[in-house]
Write a protein that binds this ligand. Structure first.
Ligand SMILES: Cc1cc2nc3c(=O)[nH]c(=O)nc-3n(C[C@H](O)[C@H](O)[C@H](O)COP(=O)(O)OP(=O)(O)OC[C@H]3O[C@@H](n4cnc5c(N)ncnc54)[C@H](O)[C@@H]3O)c2cc1C
Length: 501
């Protein structure tokens, strides 16, 4: 098996070198923080316990359900049999990628061809294949050091794992394949800044009243604890929040915004942590679903797309690595169980739709809700106003669910099962005990329940006033040493990705 990779390998040394020095333009999200959820963690633990051990040795941390229970719910905590599925790995993506890459390099059946672009897919000549089929037979490759150096690689099976920038859909479409794509814009830009705790400083304790991830309506925020004292703060803003988007690119203003949010303020106090990067952003946050298997077009044979190349969700939910890992395992099962190329294609489609699609659909629903909330807040309109009885019931149920999860451990556990993707999204709502609790909370009334959603932080207008005040102040006074107000030197990747980047 040969793996073609447009980027070079990780630099010599540990994840620290990789984090600061690895040129990783092929994965634009490389330096954005990642959470690795239960679904992926359980697959790693079951199939690659040695890899998991290497990750832990490199500094990744295994954080279990009990460790994540908010303090005010701990008194209700009694272990349950499936709690051990609910755990996450905390580390930088640079750490996981470096360890994973070295693990994969030791696999004797695999060759990795670095700095090699895949620039097209090769298909069987029309006359050489049965009618109404399109069989992929290889790849066109371009050497990244020398764009004129092209070659071909023939293969029995092509697996597209080229991520969010993948172009197989266009290449195959141009050759007559039927490829359908659903694409929805989440309408957000995602900004990150990394920090490192000072030597000897512990991570701040979890604060039940002020969670370290939340939604102010116009802005979503979160802390991603990493490995070896590193952590990152993220801020997500609607595309149209132009003033805020301009502000978060400034290191000083990014910190000022984070300092105004009680849930994340303790992380970046000057006594606790130092910034290790400027803020940087990524746009083009789309939910994308691609389908290559259709009965009413040529049968596309020996081609499979996995991970982001096939199904992409909003990074806010931290699902992509889990669904990508699951998708790759589904493909391995399908290839092992079927010899016939078309049966393989059908079986892969069927399992992808059964196991990945519900996660995609739930993410899309959450995106649409997020867009509605952000638009309403920006326009100063009432949030979640019910226009019909059915809508009122849905909203009241949603508010009651949030409130019940805040105060009842069994509801919180149910939500965590969905968050960690260890069951289909929302499956926990079939549990009669959880349903009864939510209905009981509905009786308290929407107003009271809705309060559980509200995170402490400035109202939008207050935030904008603070930013404009600080901007005026900064224009008059020099910034402290180490702080920059340079609007141009941040690695903002809000442009469409280009293969020739
Ligand atoms: C800002 C952000 C934050 C995220 N946070 C999380 C998170 O917290 N948790 C989570 O689970 N997921 C998260 N995700 C999603 C996650 O990063 C992706 O779902 C995941 O990386 C997809 O894996 P993949 O292997 O399909 O693609 P990628 O990881 O993108 O890998 C694609 C690979 O293909 C290579 N490549 C691309 N094109 C070519 C070509 N033409 N020729 C040769 N090589 C090529 C690239 O260099 C790269 O190595 C986040 C995404 C973003 C954008």
């Amino acid at each position: 098996m040969t793996l073609f990779e447009r980027d070079g390998p990780p630099p010599e040394g540990d994840a620290e070198q990789a984090f600061f020095n690895w040129q990783r333009r092929g994965a634009a999200q490389f330096r954005h923080p990642h959470a690795f959820l239960g679904l992926m963690c359980n697959l790693l633990e079951k199939n690659y316990p040695d890899l998991l051990q290497e990750l832990l040795t490199a500094g990744a941390r295994k954080v279990g359900f009990e460790d994540m229970v908010p303090g005010h719910l701990l008194s209700q905590y009694q272990p349950e049999p499936n709690d051990d599925q609910l755990w996450v790995l905390m580390c930088r993506r640079a750490t996981i990628e470096t360890v994973l890459r070295r693990y994969v390099e030791r696999e004797a059946t695999l060759t990795i061809a670095n700095t090699t672009y895949v620039t097209d897919v090769l298909v069987e000549e029309k006359d050489a294949q049965p009618a109404n089929t399109l069989t992929t037979i290889g790849l066109e490759l371009t050497d990244r050091q020398d764009a004129n150096k092209k070659s071909q690689h023939l293969a029995d099976i092509i697996i597209d794992a080229t991520g969010r920038a993948g172009k197989f859909n266009s290449w195959l479409g141009a050759k007559g394949a039927k490829v359908t794509e659903e694409r929805d814009d989440a309408e957000i830009v995602y900004y990150t800044r990394h920090y490192r705790l000072k030597p000897g400083v512990e991570e701040p304790k979890r604060d039940s009243d002020n969670p370290s991830a939340g939604d102010l309506g116009y802005l979503k925020y979160g802390v991603f604890p990493g490995d070896n004292g590193h952590f990152a703060l993220i801020i997500c803003i609607h595309n149209d929040e132009l003033e805020l988007r301009q502000a978060v690119k400034e290191p000083g203003l990014f910190d000022a915004i984070c300092n105004s949010i009680p849930g994340i303020k303790p992380w970046i106090s000057k006594d606790n942590a130092d910034a290790t990067t400027d803020p940087f952003g990524i746009g083009q946050i789309h939910a994308v679903w691609r389908d290559y298997v259709h009965n009413d077009g040529p049968k596309l044979l020996n081609f499979f797309a996995v991970g982001d190349a096939a199904s992409r969700t909003n990074p806010l939910y931290g699902r992509g690595c889990s669904t990508g890992t699951l998708h790759a395992h589904i493909l391995a099962d399908v290839l092992a169980a079927n010899e016939d190329p078309w049966q393989r294609a059908l079986a892969f489609k069927q399992r992808t739709e059964a196991e990945i699609r519900p996660i995609f659909d739930a993410s899309l629903t959450e995106d649409k809700r997020g867009i509605r909330r952000a638009n309403a807040t920006r326009k100063g309109e009432a949030l979640d106003k019910a226009k019909s009885l059915k809508k009122w019931f849905t909203l009241a149920f949603g508010d009651a669910l949030v409130a019940a999860a805040r105060y009842q451990l069994h509801v919180h556990r149910g939500i965590m099962r969905t968050v960690n993707l260890v069951e289909k999204p929302g499956e926990f709502l079939k549990d009669p005990k959880i349903r009864n609790t939510i209905f009981r909370y509905m009786l308290r009334g929407r107003k009271r329940n809705a309060k559980a959603r509200i995170q402490a932080g400035l109202e939008r207008q207050e935030m904008l006033s603070m930013i404009s005040h600080l901007t005026r102040q900064n224009a008059k006074a020099p910034l402290p040493a180490g702080e920059t107000m340079n609007r141009t030197n941040n690695a903002i990747d809000e442009q469409p990705l280009s293969l020739n980047a």
